[in-house]
Ligand binder design. Structure first.
Ligand SMILES: [Fe+2]
Length: 246
């Protein structure tokens, strides 16, 4: 089975369009979305339209999806995130807002092959940044792999009986052959708001038959996205950071 793994799209229509264009000729058995479809960007409705049109798609909600749909107040959000969430809430078409509010909460099991969670397998709002957090999380999921998002940072943590190994993808394509005796926590990176210093959209492809994982980076016209964010009157840092991936 081949899975397209998308996370943290954040209303960035240009980035999502570039990623889907890149994989257009590939066939996927399922598309997995790890949450945060909206928030930050200026195109929530068209982005949701695009996500909802994905075939054989399985999705869980992210923290921004909860606040933008009104499920939560966003008291834990910083000023910029909260401002954009309120803007998004106001802009969302009612049918999209209710779709967002009904998104399932992670973690979820997919095809008994892997788990998916937005934050951690234990808490959808918590972050996995480094090895200590990752190491603590392996006991909270059963399958060999758990895909997660939220940190906007592509990374693979691999745990075998000997050690924890961390892979941080830097190239346009990073490939890893997965081992049967190893368990993995994998973040495919963010489509719409990368924060690893690389402004290109980041996504993953998992092939369970070949036991391979790839993380790809795709350039997109972030200047167009920046223009929309500024024109919408959203906080300027949300546009500025797209140029540097921070
Ligand atoms: Fe996010």
């Amino acid at each position: 089975m081949k899975y397209l793994i998308l996370s943290d799209i954040h209303s960035n229509l240009e980035a999502l369009t570039s990623v889907l264009r890149r994989v257009k000729r590939k066939r996927f058995d399922r598309v997995i979305v790890l949450g945060d479809v909206v928030g930050y960007g200026a195109d929530p409705n068209r982005t949701i339209d695009k996500v909802r049109r994905l075939k054989r798609m399985m999705i869980i909600r992210g923290n921004h999806d909860k606040v933008c749909s009104g499920l939560e107040s966003g008291e834990m959000f910083n000023r910029i995130a909260l401002e954009s969430a309120k803007w998004t809430q106001h802009k969302l078409l009612p049918r999209h807002r209710s779709w967002l509010a009904r998104l399932p909460k992670g973690p979820a099991h997919i095809d008994e092959l892997f788990s998916i969670s937005h934050g951690t397998p234990m808490d959808e709002d918590a972050y996995i940044f480094g090895e200590i957090e990752a190491l603590n999380m392996f006991r909270f999921f059963e399958p060999p792999i758990c895909f997660f998002g939220h940190s906007h940072f592509p990374v693979i943590f691999a745990l075998d009986s000997e050690a924890l190994t961390t892979y941080v993808p830097r190239d346009a394509t990073f490939r890893l052959s997965l081992r049967k005796d190893t368990r993995y926590l994998i973040n495919p990176g963010s489509i719409g708001q990368p924060r690893d210093g690389d402004q290109r959209a980041s996504f993953g492809i998992y092939d369970s038959g070949k036991m391979t994982m790839a993380i790809h980076r795709v350039p997109y016209q972030y200047q167009v996205t920046q223009g929309k964010i500024r024109a919408a009157g959203l906080p300027r840092p949300l546009a500025d950071r797209l140029a540097v991936g921070r």
